[in-house]
Design a protein around this ligand. Sequence first.
Ligand SMILES: [Zn+2]
Length: 172
Amino acid sequence: MILPILIHPDPRLKTRTEPVAEVTDELRRLADDMLETMYDAPGIGLAAPQVGVMTRLLVMDCVKDEETPARPMVLINPEVIGASDDLSAFEEGCLSIPEQYAEVTRPAEVDVRWTGLDGKVHEEHFADLWATCVQHEIDHLNGKLFIDYLSPMKRQIITRKMQKLKRERARA
Ligand SMILES: [Zn+2]
């Protein structure tokens, strides 16, 4: 099922989410729906608060070329446990801030630990686009958006555009 994606500004996008206590069938369904919603958008990552669920769950798939098989990932209670000193800047976007892009500088590589839908603890080293994406999505779980890294003026310009977009969509 494709879920509606919240558009900034929305208080739920600014709120820290609660850890998942148990992998339930309901959580599995949510993860499935979030992956379907992300691929449909299309996007490379989606965090639960973006669909109004205030829990520490994110999905992502940063495979870009068509030769490589898709790699849908579901991360429950993810934590960055290590970050490189090297930084990299990527042009980021967000499904909750449609059609707005800006360069954000973050650690180039990170180690992340999370619980999988199998209930087991996983750890992986992420680089390149995967590293940017996983940090962007974990930020969502902490109520932080990529525009929070920009100057107040740039952030305000984007926020005004989103307010206008929401008004237009409400009228449509
Ligand atoms: Zn986002």
